[in-house]
Design a protein around this ligand. Structure first.
Ligand code: FMN
Length: 148
């Protein structure tokens, strides 16, 4: 991929962070990759020159995890123009909950409402089968970059 890649993770209990690091390791031979906690990301720095990979869990009753709350609040209050920004999304969740994987969808919808474009298949991990998110996330990100 010609663009630099920023993997933005939103987590409550660490799964999305570990998966983000494993995804970065899987693709860093093909591109410049940085892993950033959504909590620390300045939304005014979104750039069309960077490809964003977002990974977020769901907490509460279909809400974004606490690590993604400042990110969503900043997007709501600053409403940056994200025209030209491209991103892909991987959601962590558990299908035994009523609002499966909703946290990542809230983030995805917000970015699109501000003009960004989602690329590729929507990736998901369902914790109800007892598997770890890392393997699914790594497989998804490799497929994503093989098709871009
Ligand atoms: C208290 C609690 C609430 C949760 N609520 C949901 C939910 O509403 N929908 C869903 O799909 N998953 C839900 N999950 C599952 C988490 O999204 C899943 O375990 C995920 O892998 C956690 O990732 P994290 O460690 O990055 O936060 C919940 C988990 C916990 C512990």
């Amino acid at each position: 991929m010609s663009k630099d890649i920023v993997i933005l993770f939103g987590t409550e209990s660490g799964n999305a962070e570990f998966a983000a690091e494993d995804m970065a390791a899987a693709i860093e031979s093909d591109a410049e990759v940085t892993v950033v906690d959504m909590t620390d990301f300045d939304v005014s720095e979104f750039s069309a020159d960077v490809f964003y990979v977002l990974i977020s869990s769901t907490h509460g009753e279909g809400e974004v995890p606490s690590g993604a709350r400042p990110f969503i609040e900043a997007l709501n209050s600053n409403a940056p123009d994200l025209s030209g920004v491209e991103f892909a999304v991987f959601g962590l969740g558990d299908s035994t909950y009523e609002h499966y994987s909703r946290g990542s969808e809230i983030i995805e919808e917000k970015l699109r409402s501000l003009g960004a474009t989602r690329i590729g298949l929507y990736g998901r991990h369902d914790a109800s089968d007892g598997s770890l998110p890392n393997d699914a996330a790594v497989e998804w990100v490799k497929d994503l970059f093989a098709t871009l």
